[in-house]
Ligand binder design. Structure first.
Ligand code: UD1
Ligand code: MG
Length: 458
């Protein structure tokens, strides 16, 4: 875009209707604060600067979005949207177009913003929308010829004006000079005693200017979040958009209404996702991966052909090719599965390297350990990695077989082809091809009957 553009995002309001201690703009949609959605969309316009007006919880808001290059403007008292923009004006270059966005309108599309901004070099413009239920929104007033003459807030509107279905989305773009000319003249003579930003439009009309308007394509993209019901509507719409995008890219989603992506998900070809799956943070799924019902994957990568069976929870894990995980597996941060490894039901892992084709199939805890290739860990095996003060490492070589219900007390090394007999408590290293047995020898007592039964002596 050739024109010089600066963006102002209004984010100072408390959001009383949310009934929350958290500033409204930090409530999340798809795991990301409302304000961050708007900042990211705004960046798509490549503006010279982004100014964010903060007030309520301003330090908390600035801290949460510290990674962005933002000019923060503090509005000490929230005296209205017009007053908020006025606070940002001195920091804006005087030969540019200014676009005002609302942090509580997070689904706005880049293409819509581009349309609005395109016209704004010539004069003030407003994004409007036609909605079924306009309650709560400012209504668009037009003259007999259809030209926009102003906006009336819901609270100030007459019953007749309340029937107008064209509403103010809040998004305004205009040359900087228009804001400078009209904002200081805005009065607070209204029901709320606030300085309303849309009042600059009627002031411009009074000065003989034409205010252009463009109508948003969909009612959903201009949804404002003022309470938790609207937050939920926005969340579901956002999730629907993401699911549809993935399906367009070839992902098989069993039910798009039962999928939640709270971060980013990238998928290879022929990926299949069953119902009630939650993806958090950054998740990467390779070709032919399938994720079963009711799984949670946070910051996970899964390579080609692996299957995550139902009810599994994976966090900070890297799964190699052709692996099998779950059902009911819990993989904690630092878990790495090499090609063809299997982690089965009721197994917990943490900082665990599971080598190629190794199996931990049932009821085990594998923490701070390194397993070579083709290791077999019997059901109920526990790595005792914590002595109450420090964590210790367990190293298990290629081809080791650990019998069921074994306790491996770390630090410990079991060399390749070593064998641990079932039910052992292993406290010392096991050498190559050694069999370690550490349990009471079995005694069989002949002719024994339970006390009190017919065969007993008493
Ligand atoms: C506003 C519009 C209304 C429009 C609706 C669209 C005004 C007067 N009304 O109403 O016409 O239909 O948005 O969603 O503009 N804010 C500040 N400082 C303030 C007040 C608000 O930064 O002093 C911020 C809020 O954090 C929020 C945005 O401005 O992000 C809008 O404020 P809000 O109180 O939600 O206005 P609405 O009543 O929704
Ligand atoms: Mg609002």
């Amino acid at each position: 875009m050739v024109m010089k553009l600066e963006v102002v995002i209004l984010a100072a309001g408390q959001g009383k209707r949310m009934k929350s201690r958290l500033p409204k703009v930090l409530h999340t949609v798809g795991g990301m604060p409302l304000l961050e959605h708007v900042i990211r969309t705004a960046k798509g316009l490549e503006p010279m600067a982004i100014h964010v007006v903060v007030g309520h919880g301003s330090e908390q808001v600035q801290h949460a979005l510290a990674q962005y290059d933002i000019n923060w403007v503090v509005q000490e008292q929230q005296l209205g949207t017009g007053h908020a923009v006025l606070q940002a004006l001195p920091a804006i270059a005087d030969d540019c177009v200014v676009l005002v966005l609302y942090a509580d309108v997070p689904l706005i599309r880049l293409s819509t913003l581009k349309k609005l901004v395109q016209h704004a070099q010539a004069g003030p413009g407003l994004l409007t929308a036609r909605v079924q239920n306009p309650g709560g929104y400012g209504r668009i007033l037009r003259d007999a010829k259809g030209a926009l003459v102003g906006v009336v807030e819901d609270k100030d509107a007459t019953p007749l004006e309340r029937e107008i279905q064209e509403i103010n989305t809040g998004l305004v773009a205009a040359p900087h000079r228009d804001f400078v000319a009209y904002l200081p003249r805005v009065k607070r003579e209204n029901q709320q005693g606030e300085y309303y930003l849309p009042d600059i439009l009627s002031l411009a009309v009074d000065h003989g200017k034409t205010v252009f308007s463009c109508v948003a394509d969909s009612e959903l993209e201009i949804l404002g979040v003022n309470d938790r019901i609207q937050l939920n509507q926005v969340e579901r719409e956002y999730q629907r958009r993401q699911a549809e995008q993935l399906m367009r890219e070839g992902v098989n989603i069993v039910d798009p209404a039962r999928l939640d992506i709270r971060g980013s998900l990238s998928c290879g070809e022929d990926v299949s996702i069953d119902i009630n799956v939650i993806f958090e943070g950054r998740v990467i799924l390779g070709n032919d991966v399938s994720v079963g019902a009711n799984c949670v994957l946070s910051d996970v990568s899964v390579a080609d052909g692996s299957v995550i069976h139902p009810m599994s929870h994976l966090q900070g894990a890297a799964i190699g090719k052709g692996c099998s995980v779950g059902p009911y597996a819990r993989l904690r941060p630092g878990t790495v599965l090499s090609e063809g490894a299997r982690v089965g039901n009721f197994v917990e892992t943490k900082k665990a390297n599971i080598g190629p084709k190794s199996k931990v199939n049932h009821l085990s805890y594998m923490g701070d350990c390194d397993l070579g290739a083709e290791v077999n860990i019997g059901a109920g095996t526990i790595t005792c990695n914590y002595d109450g003060v420090n964590k210790h490492q367990t190293d298990i070589g290629n081809g080791v077989f650990v019998g069921s219900n074994s306790t491996l007390v770390a630090p410990l090394q079991i060399e390749e082809q070593g064998f641990v007999a079932a039910g052992s408590t292993i406290t010392g290293n096991v050498g190559k091809r050694e069999l370690a047995v550490s349990r009471a020898r079995q005694r069989n007592i002949e002719g024994w009957a339970r006390p009190g039964t017919r065969d007993s002596k008493d």
